[in-house]
Write a protein that binds this ligand. Sequence first.
Ligand SMILES: NC(=O)c1ccc[n+]([C@@H]2O[C@H](COP(=O)([O-])OP(=O)(O)OC[C@H]3O[C@@H](n4cnc5c(N)ncnc54)[C@H](O)[C@@H]3O)[C@@H](O)[C@H]2O)c1
Ligand SMILES: O=S(=O)(O)c1ccc(CO)cc1
Length: 478
Amino acid sequence: MLYPQLRQLIAGEWREGRGDDVRVVVNPATEEVLGRYRCASDDDVDQAVAGAEQAFAVWRARSPEQRQIDLHRVAALIRERVDRIAHLLASEGGKPLHDARREVLRSATIIEWDAAEGRRLYGRVIPAEPGMHLEAMREPAGVVAALIAWNFPVGFMARKVGGALAAGCAVVLKSTEETPGTCVAYLECFVDAGLPPGLVSLLIGDPTRIAPRLVAAPAVRVVSFTGSTAVGKAIGKLCAEHIKRSVLELGGHAPVLVCEDADIEKAVTALVGAKFLNNAGQVCVAPTRMFVARPRYTEFCEAFAQAVRGLRVGAANEDDVQMGPLIHERRRTAIESLVQDAQSRGAKLLAGGRRIGTRGFFYAPTVLADVPVEARAMNEEPFGPLALIASYETLDEGLRRANELGYGLAAYAFTESARSARLIAERIEAGMLSINHCTAAPPGAPFGGVKDSGHGREGGPEGLLEFTSMKFVSHKMY
Ligand SMILES: NC(=O)c1ccc[n+]([C@@H]2O[C@H](COP(=O)([O-])OP(=O)(O)OC[C@H]3O[C@@H](n4cnc5c(N)ncnc54)[C@H](O)[C@@H]3O)[C@@H](O)[C@H]2O)c1
Ligand SMILES: O=S(=O)(O)c1ccc(CO)cc1
């Protein structure tokens, strides 16, 4: 399948960037160069924002019902083009083709859900004395700057672009450096569906140049960012400086509590799937720190390691592949260093712990047990195929360990006890808790974190409200 020409989408026009730098995009499974792009210039950023501002005026004047119809056309085109988009996503991002297809199809469902929810952005009438009408109105916020991570670029575009458009906003999206071809192919669906020119723009280039200019642009009213906590803090500072509202979807280091009464077989199946078969562990919500009740510790470690040893690692298009490569050589080096550090502090290697092959950034699914609290991997987000296991004596201790990091995105628990489940739900410091499963949040659920994992939500009614502003209108009629 042909790799697309990597162009910017600026004020309704697909064209080459006007920046100085040219960058390459690499297939992480083969290290082959897939394509090149010329970066966006400062002027490109300004033109994209100006185009979005003009298109916003057109889009906000459309009825919510019409916007839903328009977005349904986009979703239909995404479904029609699933093979092409998924192929690009798999080549650039390294995930198996069947996972890429699922992400693309799911993204169409997200857009449809948001499009319907856009018709329910109700305001409020506040009781007042006769002759006075008091109203809290919800309005589209304006131009949204969207910055996404590379690991689920299609899902994130659906949540940010689809959500913002459903709420009546216009969007300037900064592409990931790793998966720009996927971003181009995806946004072509919005353009080809006949949305107003300029309503969605795409900038590809140097994030340290594009992001500050985009955030500072006066027409930009909301900044929606998905990425690491370190970059999220920098974006948060820029937003504070320019008084921009922000949604920050940041890093995680999800704890798992495997209680004494857990069904170990079911827990292992769910956890191995969520940890390794989902983008090789390069997932913000990947279950990583597994705290297991002491009486079930050995049984869990053995069952988990055995399941992991049987996983099939390979390139996206290979038959039956379950786990792909890491996205960069530097990600692989980072995982290697975390594994070595943990082992040097006494952790036991139960599976993996090595590179695979000579081409591509493959690293074996890796399991460490008896991982001490001071190991770097227990504190830094691994963002890769590395699972850490440790034991706890009481549920109180397990909860303390689960909550001990700055992160607070996802958490998991496995228990057959309603009482333990309730206690964990009340005391866990996380934006999302899954009990006895690891399946992804549906479009109607509020996705997001607490503490260093960010603020604001994507998905559900809460996600759409992030793209709106409140206006209080009081009208004295006589
Ligand atoms: N909470 C969530 O929903 C969620 C989802 C996916 C990934 N993540 C997190 O994202 C991280 C991995 O993704 P990544 O490697 O793409 O993250 P990243 O923070 O390196 O990059 C994210 C985005 O920020 C941009 N960026 C990078 N450096 C920048 C800078 N100095 N100034 C401005 N923008 C900059 C990138 O171009 C990209 O668009 C992990 O920490 C993961 O947990 C969070
Ligand atoms: O946007 S989604 O595709 O639903 C999605 C996928 C993965 C993650 C975790 O990184 C969050 C959202």
